[in-house]
Design a protein around this ligand. Structure first.
Ligand code: NAD
Length: 413
């Protein structure tokens, strides 16, 4: 099925569903109440209900020569439209991705080490044997082609209130799992031996969310007006020069990334933590994606850590998350990382293009106006009529919406 679906946004929900390659029974997984109270109660503590978000698909995507609709769950208007529009513009070439091996880092902290250099050397000397111990603990992961890959040591402090401090990093290929629980289990199992070797006391044993060994790279080349291409490149340079701008630039990327992560049941806090730590890796907070003009084309490249899973986590229990993976035909974690990164590059492009041309508010407000019109009580055709009036006068507020609605209905507020 081609993901190029012109006019998809103008259809009703039922017709949009018909256009997707899935049965009505499967799509019930995104009906209200699909996550039952019983299932929710098993997921977290003190449950008193469930919380719904709009679930959409961004269309027009071509990612590594494959047509794909990208599921998104998000409360913010215009993200899905922006992604779909960018994906349309990126055709026919679309987006290309490279995903690294899914290697996560587990940290084993050792404190009160008298001689940290000697302690570090002793752990390094036993790295192979520690790795052997670790591998024995996760035989099934090794059978799947993953498992512990390397162990290295960093000295953090020679002295201090808790003495000399060092940390051992265990690098684990987690295959299709996000890997937090896997890695934490391994760190806990190795901690005593590592601290004995280092001559100190075991401290924390947990994964690092700065998963710089598990990154995705996404590229695209989009034909555009040379002046617009130059303006987008200048907007990118602004983010490269200024952390205040880079923060907002990256927020535009995370709009797309997080919407995919939420739809697919991922730990988006873990990805957020990793993304911003990675952005600041050089010591100066930087954009995760940069854009360069090449005549009448604008070329974008995004590199960011993206630790996601297609097994484990909420996927055991959340029916909508499983459906989202099915909609996007994702069966491995690397494809999910590629799609989340692609969504991020797409929403980044759309935001920069809007900012560099007409400003972001016009398009955003037009979409926001529909929500305000609905909240004021408009239904059917009246939603678009009220929204159009609100957007035209630039006063997108509930009071104004009620006034317009009353007038259009021929009554007074
Ligand atoms: P998990 O605990 O469900 O483990 C995944 C399991 O899936 C593995 O143990 C493995 O046996 C199995 N598996 C089946 N097929 C596999 C395949 N093809 N590849 C790899 N494993 C396969 O999940 P997890 O990924 O270890 O942990 C993720 C959870 O941990 C998330 O819910 C996250 O929110 C949570 N968490 C995060 C942090 C953090 O980010 N700092 C800390 C603690 C917990």
């Amino acid at each position: 099925m081609s993901s190029r679906l012109p006019g998809f946004y103008r259809l009703g929900v039922a017709e949009r569903r018909r256009q997707l390659d899935l049965s009505a029974e499967r799509l019930a997984a995104v009906d209200p109440g699909a996550l039952t109270l019983e299932a929710a109660d098993g997921m977290i503590e003190n449950v008193i209900g469930t919380y719904a978000l709009p679930f959409a698909v961004a269309v027009n995507f071509l990612v590594d020569d494959q047509e794909v609709v990208i599921p998104m769950a998000i409360e913010e208007p215009s993200v899905v439209a922006a992604a779909s529009n960018a994906a349309r513009m990126a055709r026919p070439a679309g987006f290309t991705t490279h995903v690294s091996a899914p290697v996560m880092i587990g940290q084993i902290q050792v404190t009160h080490v008298d001689d940290v250099e000697a302690g570090a050397a002793s752990v390094r000397e036993s790295a192979d044997s520690l790795l052997e111990d670790a591998r024995r603990l996760v035989p099934r992961l090794a059978e799947r082609g993953g498992g512990p890959r390397a162990l290295d040591v960093r000295v953090l402090a020679k002295t201090g209130p808790d003495g000399g401090v060092l940390v051992a990093h265990l690098h684990v290929d987690c295959r299709d799992a996000m890997g937090a629980n896997l890695v934490n289990t391994l760190c806990e199992a190795l901690a005593d031996r590592v601290s004995r070797l280092a001559g100190g006391r075991p401290g924390l044993r947990i994964l690092s969310n700065l998963t710089d060994g598990r990154t995705v790279t996404v590229r695209c080349r989009i034909q555009d007006d040379p002046q617009i291409a130059a303006a987008i490149a200048s907007a990118s340079r602004f983010a490269e020069l200024d952390p205040y701008r880079a923060s907002t630039h990256n927020k535009g990327i995370m709009n797309g990334v997080d919407a995919v992560l939420v739809a697919t049941g991922q730990d988006w806090r873990a990805v957020e933590a990793g993304a911003h730590a990675y952005a600041a890796k050089s010591g100066r907070y930087a954009p995760l994606a940069v854009w360069r003009a090449e005549g009448d084309a604008i070329c974008g490249e995004l590199v960011m850590p993206l630790a996601v899973g297609t097994v484990g986590g909420a996927l055991h229990t959340h029916p909508s998350a499983r459906l989202a993976l099915e909609l996007a035909r994702v069966d491995h974690a690397d494809r999910l990382a590629a799609l989340a990164g692609t969504a991020g590059l797409a929403t980044n492009f759309a935001a920069l293009r809007a900012l560099a041309t007409e400003g972001i508010q016009r398009g955003h407000m037009a979409l926001h106006a529909r929500g305000v019109a609905r909240a004021a009580g408009a239904t059917g055709d009246l939603v678009d009529k009220v929204a159009a009036e609100l957007a035209a006068c630039g006063d997108v507020k509930p009071d104004r919406a009620r006034e317009v609605l009353a007038r259009l209905k021929g009554t007074q507020p």
